[in-house]
Design a protein around this ligand. Structure first.
Ligand SMILES: *Cc1c(COP(=O)(O)O)cnc(C)c1O
Length: 331
């Protein structure tokens, strides 16, 4: 993993949630941390489980990642860290976040669960912030069943992370409070088969992506998120935003119609972290509105891709969706 990312250290762990928790501990983050309100709940769970109060910050409409101006406004006297998320493998504005973190004396932790194999301005994800955490869950680009890794270029942090994931052991001696967050051999073997096939995965994902793009071009009320970039992308997520007025159907109606055709479209991230029972407090502690998160949680859907979907099938799904919206429009 270190060779692939170019990071000095990649510490394999049992899953990304525990990876984030270990990173929070090893970085000594306490008090409050700013986190995007638009993310998978595990990003926020990891903070809350470590006793760090999450403060929700809205995301940028174009990138779906942290709105850096909003992050700066959200910094309060207890803020110790910023946690960014590379949503859909789209790197967040890492330069601006690194600059802000440095200027305000904050740690910067990055949730790279979606971003294995992606780069930013020629540098692989895994080299930004204080540490970045990948997920190798079965639904992610690299599949270990359950698994993850923490990438960092900080030698001391890496040594501490290695102790923390292994009961606090240094050699045969326990030197601090650790936990068991090691990746199992079985999971590692599975992940290696995935890594061997990554070029094939990216090719298929890219072909499916292009097939969806062609089929959905001009579909009323639908906008597919572009994955085009000079940088490396894994094309793992096909994300479509529904404008209910223009589509004359809302996202949930469209997902239900796709399900009736046995197409496993998904609402991501629904209902959105701010609406989850554990996060009422964080919602109250937000320092500004979360309008973009609210809109994205209402409007986004994800279409199936990966090796189980052929480009011809992606085209059929796209054509069906396009036709459905045209018929609604005509009715
Ligand atoms: C999947 C995911 C996680 C959690 O990863 P696990 O390995 O399942 O713990 C964290 N953050 C994001 C953004 C995710 O999509």
């Amino acid at each position: 993993l270190a060779a692939e990312t170019g990071a000095a250290h990649c510490i394999a762990v049992s899953n990304a949630t525990l990876g984030l928790q270990l990173a929070v501990r090893a970085l000594g983050i306490e008090g409050e941390a700013i986190v995007p309100s638009f993310t998978f709940p595990a990003t926020v769970h990891a903070l809350a489980w470590e006793g760090v109060a999450p403060v929700f910050c809205d995301v940028d409409q174009a990138s779906h990642t942290l709105d850096v101006a909003a992050v700066e406004r959200a910094i309060g006297p207890q803020t110790r860290a910023i946690v960014g998320v590379h949503a859909w493998g789209q790197p967040c504005d890492v330069e601006a976040l690194e600059e802000l973190a440095r200027r305000r004396g904050l740690k910067l932790l990055l949730d790279a669960a979606h971003a294995w194999g992606c780069s930013h301005r020629g540098r692989m994800i895994g080299n930004f912030g204080d540490a970045e955490v990948f997920s190798f869950h079965a639904t992610k680009f690299v599949c270990a069943g359950e698994g993850g890794a923490i990438a960092t270029n900080d030698d001391d942090l890496a040594a501490r992370l290695r102790r923390l994931r292994n009961f606090g052991l240094q050699g045969t001696e326990v030197v601090e409070l650790g936990v068991n967050a090691k990746m199992s051999e079985l999971a590692a073997a599975l992940a290696l088969t995935s890594l061997e096939s990554q070029a094939e995965f990216v090719d298929r994902n890219r072909e499916n992506f292009a097939a969806y793009e062609r089929a959905l071009a001009g579909a009323p009320g639908l906008r597919m998120r572009t994955a085009r970039s000079a940088d490396r992308r894994n094309f793992q997520y096909v994300v479509v935003e529904v404008d209910p007025a223009a589509a004359q159907a809302d996202r949930d109606q469209i997902v239900a119609a796709l399900h009736r055709q046995n197409v496993l479209a998904k609402r991501y991230f629904w209902p959105g972290c701010p609406r989850l029972p554990p996060y009422q407090q964080a919602y109250a502690a937000r320092r500004q509105p979360l309008a973009t998160t609210e809109r994205l949680c209402q409007r986004l859907l994800q279409l199936p891709t990966g090796l189980a979907v052929t480009p011809a099938e992606a085209a059929r799904i796209g054509d069906y969706l396009h036709g459905l919206l045209r018929r609604r429009r005509a009715a």
